[in-house]
Design a protein around this ligand. Structure first.
Ligand code: ATP
Ligand code: MG
Length: 261
């Protein structure tokens, strides 16, 4: 008996999931935005969540990142039930999400934005050696700026950055808490095609060191970089597979009909 390529690619039998979502639902008033979604995310993967407008992607993202609890079901991170815990607990455990631009400090430099974020997550450091501590934080911030390609902009106020650069800075800020899982909701929103391509390259580099879950409306963008793609439609999981599986799925084609992919 042989296992199919799809099974071994998307659901390795011998690896514990980094994140498990069990029968998760979300209602807003009488409206069901998410309906009984169950998924295991294997560690180290780049998983993309796609779907047409209003499919429930951001709602799913907000449940995964702890922005709000699901109405039903459970979320487990590395086997621990984290359903309903406050957002800061998600961050402390190793789940980070890209922040909105408004969460940057516009008048602080690019470097200061990342340093402040690193400082906020390193309260346990030796307070008697402030100079050494500051040097370590600056070094870490510098390394993150190199990773996201903003080292040359380090002394600019954040407000001087182009839109695409600000999104990269948000990611560096999110990485300051050293997450094992990085969640990104439409990081290419409002970007030029060239900026979007660079963002996809960056996401691949980020995935080399940590698990990534990427929410993206445009199917074409994630096809080339994803290990696995989940398709949401009307709050339900419509398809789950490799980019090849998803591309060939007639149901996916049907729900995307008439929408830009
Ligand atoms: N806070 C809310 N209150 C009421 N309805 C909501 C709320 N948030 C989302 N919805 C509804 O839930 C559905 C799913 O929304 P969601 O934002 O998750 O979709 P999405 O897949 O992220 O869409 P898009 O591609 O436009 O970003 C939509 O019909 C939306 O109107
Ligand atoms: Mg959305």
């Amino acid at each position: 008996m042989t296992m199919t390529a799809t099974l071994s690619d998307t659901a390795p039998a011998n690896v514990s999931p980094i994140l498990s979502v069990r029968e998760v639902g979300k209602k807003f008033g009488g409206f069901t935005a998410l309906d009984g979604v169950t998924v295991d995310f294997a560690p180290g993967r780049l998983t993309s969540i796609i779907g047409p407008n209003g499919a429930g992607k951001s709602t799913f993202f907000n449940v995964l990142s702890g922005a709000f609890p699901p109405s039903t079901g459970n979320v487990l991170f590395e086997g621990r039930d984290i359903t309903g815990l406050p957002q800061h607990a998600f961050a402390r455990m190793g789940i980070a999400k890209s922040f909105q631009i408004t969460n940057l400090f516009p008048h602080l430099s690019v470097l200061e934005n990342v340093r402040v974020a690193a400082q906020a997550t390193r309260t346990g450091l030796d307070l008697w050696r402030p100079r050494a501590r500051l040097t370590e934080l600056v070094d870490r911030a510098e390394a993150l700026l190199v990773l996201v390609g903003l080292a040359h902009r380090r002394h600019q106020p954040a407000e001087n950055l182009a839109h695409g650069e600000q999104r990269c800075l948000e990611i560096a800020v999110a990485l300051a808490c050293e997450p094992r899982l990085l969640l990104l909701d439409e990081p290419t929103a409002g970007m030029s095609p060239e900026e979007a391509r660079q963002m996809m390259d960056l996401i691949v580099r980020l995935n080399a060191e940590r698990s990534v879950i990427l929410v993206e409306h445009r199917m074409k963008l994630v096809m080339g970089i994803s290990d696995r793609i989940l398709v949401l439609h009307q709050g339900r999981l419509l398809a789950d597979g490799t980019p090849g599986d998803i591309k060939a799925d007639p149901e996916v084609r049907r729900v995307y009909l008439g929408q830009s992919v």
